[in-house]
Structure formats: structure tokens, C-alpha cells
Design a protein around this ligand. Structure first.
Ligand code: 13P
Ligand code: SF4
Length: 359
């Protein structure tokens, strides 16, 4: 990097503006049913399906499943959208998920309840600075996490999600490739520790998973010695080191249903508890602590951007056609290549091909 180009470490020091968690008005049962009926009617009339993430509101997750859509992790969301007949995909999640759906399905209309639903990883990886970083290391294979903008994906050789990062980096390490990894430093370091791959890191992080506190987690584990600890790999190493299972949202949900433990301490966004409770109603699910030394509790383990999705604005976008995702064609043409590479790899290796939520 030259003197005028900031390094990934400098960029990581810039503050990310984290909005407060949206406070949606509490709906009466009648209001809720009315909104759901409006949404269902629009989905049918417009040949549209809902593609929702596990961190979104439980009502949205249920509606997606009831209406032939899906609730999934980001790998399955990308795959599901592209095998749909539907002409419109309504993505309930964060912006990069809507962009990925549009890149993969340029002929489809892609709507989102709120286009401001971003992600701290995406925000912390500006495309021009990322391109400069890559240009400075031209001999490296560029691997980016799905939680990035279309422009950043357009500069990548591979896109990965948490559900497929490990096998793809293992594959690249076996080929002896040197890797640029962006933007999540925690997921990157986790994967590097397991694969020994030669990696250069962007220094981004998820503001939600950053908040888990390791000393407080040790205390909770002492109080629940038989609990299994489930951790999303966007969490810091001191949290990952205490895990019985580290994995994507789908992997963590699968752990709750497949493991014999009666108690689980879960270090990821609180939205995941909806699906876990549905599938394993008898199990005791405990939120990993975000309180403790240095606690900020900006999000308290609830992603404010995921919280921007609600029945109210979902009904509105379906009725008005607002909030369409558009990607510049030149960018989409480039960004689709590393996403397809990931999906082809997933298919070849039979990774994440089942939709957990609808299983
Ligand atoms: P998953 O792909 O594991 O669902 O993760 C997406 C995400 O944004 C986690 O914070
Ligand atoms: Fe981004 Fe973290 Fe929110 Fe996931 S939980 S969308 S990584 S800010």
C-alpha cells in the first residue's frame, strides 16, 4: 500500500454508525392477521416468494414458510432464489442478500422491505479501497464473504458464506494459493487456524457478534455445565475457543436438533431462537452474554439491520413495488462469476443443499 492508500487496519478504525434497533408498534392479533392476509394476497397476485434469513422477525419467517418461500442461512438464500419459478423475490434480510439475489437473477424483480438494512461488514469494506488493496497483491486469490457489496464481489475470485468458507479455503490451500480474505477478520482467522492457509486479512467485523464477552461466557458455562456452546464464526476467537460447535446459522440450528444436550448456550443473533424453539421445543436455549467488561451493548445480539424487516414494511413494498434492488449491469456481470463458483462448489460437494427451515 502506498502512503495515500489507507491500510485495512486504518479502515477498521473508522466508526460504523450502528442504528438503534427499530421499535415496531406492537400489533393486535387482528392487525397482524390483516397484514398477513394483505401480504399473502400480493404474493399470489404478483407470483412472488419470500426469502427470509433466520435472524428476521419470527412472523416473517413463518409467513415465508407458509407461502412456499424459505427461511435459511445466506448460502441457501442465494441458492433458493435462483431455483424459483417466481417472477419476484422479496428478500427479508440485509442488503447484500437482496443484491446477491438480483445478481443471480437479473431477469427477476427483487424487493426488500428496507433498503437501508445494511451490515457492518459490508459498511467496513468500501469497494475502491478494497480494489486498491487487491491491486497491491496481484498474486493473491481474492475470497470475499457474502456480506459485501456487489462492487466488492465484482473484484473477487470467490464468494463464500459461513456455511462453505472452510471447505473452499481448504481447497484453495491445497492448491497452494495465497489468499486475500475480506472482510470479516474473525471468520478469516478461524478458517486460517483450521486450514493453515496463507491469508492476508481485511480487518472488518460484525458489530453483533463482536459483543459477546468471553469472561462472562465462562461464568455462564460454569452455571450450566451440561450445556453445549454453539458459536457463529463471526464471533471473536475467545468465544470460538469455548465452543462445542462452530458453524453457520443452519449448522447451529442443526446442532440443537441433533445433539442430546438439554441446554445450549448460543452465541449468535437472537433471531435464531425462533427456529430453534420451533424445532426443539423441549430444549433450554440460553443467550450468550453481551454484558461484561467493555460491554457496549449497541445491539445486545440483535442485528439492528435485520430488525428493519417487519410485516408492516413488507406489506407496503409489495403493494407499492418500492425498494427494488438494481445493480449496474457491468458490476453484476463480474460479481456473478465468484458467486456461481461458490454455488457450483456447493453442488459438487453437496454442501448446504437442503433447506433446513422447511425440512
Ligand atoms: P449465515 O450465512 O450463517 O446465515 O450468516 C449470515 C450472517 O450475516 C451472520 O451474521
Ligand atoms: Fe451483518 Fe452482523 Fe447483522 Fe449478520 S448480524 S447482517 S454480519 S451486522
Amino acid at each position: 500500500m502506498n502512503e495515500v492508500t489507507p491500510s485495512p487496519a486504518d479502515i477498521a478504525k473508522r466508526p460504523i454508525v450502528v442504528p438503534p434497533h427499530p421499535e415496531w408498534p406492537i400489533l393486535s392479533p387482528d392487525e397482524k392477521e390483516n397484514l398477513k392476509a394483505r401480504i399473502k394476497a400480493q404474493l399470489k397476485a404478483q407470483n412472488a416468494v419470500l426469502v427470509a434469513h433466520y435472524y428476521t422477525d419470527g412472523d416473517l419467517q413463518e409467513l415465508a414458510e407458509e407461502t412456499g418461500g424459505c427461511v435459511a442461512d445466506s448460502l441457501e438464500m442465494a441458492r433458493f432464489g435462483s431455483v424459483q419459478e417466481a417472477k419476484t423475490l422479496v428478500v427479508c434480510g440485509v442488503r447484500f442478500m437482496g443484491e446477491t439475489a438480483k445478481i443471480l437473477n437479473p431477469e427477476k424483480r427483487v424487493l426488500m422491505p428496507d433498503l437501508n438494512a445494511t451490515c457492518s461488514l459490508d459498511e467496513g469494506c468500501p469497494a475502491d479501497e478494497f480494489r486498491a488493496f487487491c491491486d497491491h497483491h496481484p498474486d493473491h486469490t481474492v475470497v470475499v464473504y457474502a456480506n459485501t457489496s456487489a462492487e466488492v464481489k465484482a473484484r473477487a475470485d470467490w464468494v463464500v458464506t459461513s456455511g462453505i468458507a472452510l471447505p473452499i479455503i481448504t481447497h484453495l490451500a491445497e492448491q497452494g494459493e495465497q489468499i486475500i480474505w475480506a472482510p470479516d477478520k474473525h471468520l478469516g482467522h478461524y478458517v486460517q487456524r483450521l486450514t493453515g492457509a496463507e491469508m492476508l486479512f481485511w480487518q472488518g467485523s460484525c458489530v453483533v457478534h463482536e459483543e459477546f464477552k468471553s469472561v462472562a461466557l465462562e461464568r455462564v458455562r460454569r452455571l450450566h455445565p451440561d450445556a453445549a456452546v454453539l458459536v457463529h464464526p463471526e464471533s471473536p476467537a475467545a468465544i470460538v475457543d469455548q465452543a462445542d460447535v462452530v458453524g453457520s446459522t443452519t449448522a447451529l440450528i442443526n446442532a440443537v436438533t441433533s445433539m442430546d444436550n438439554k441446554e445450549f448456550i448460543v452465541a449468535t443473533d437472537g433471531g435464531i431462537f425462533h427456529k430453534m424453539k420451533q424445532l426443539a421445543p423441549g430444549k433450554n436455549l440460553i443467550e450468550a452474554p453481551t454484558q461484561g467488561e467493555g460491554a457496549t451493548c449497541q445491539s445486545c445480539a440483535h442485528c439492528p439491520w435485520m430488525g428493519m424487516n417487519a410485516l408492516q414494511n413488507l406489506a407496503e413494498v409489495l403493494e407499492t413495488g418500492a425498494n427494488q434492488i438494481e445493480i449496474e449491469p457491468g458490476i453484476a456481470e463480474k460479481a456473478v462469476l465468484p458467486i456461481h463458483r461458490m454455488l457450483d462448489f456447493a453442488k459438487q460437494h453437496n454442501i448446504g443443499m437442503k433447506n433446513r427451515g422447511n425440512a
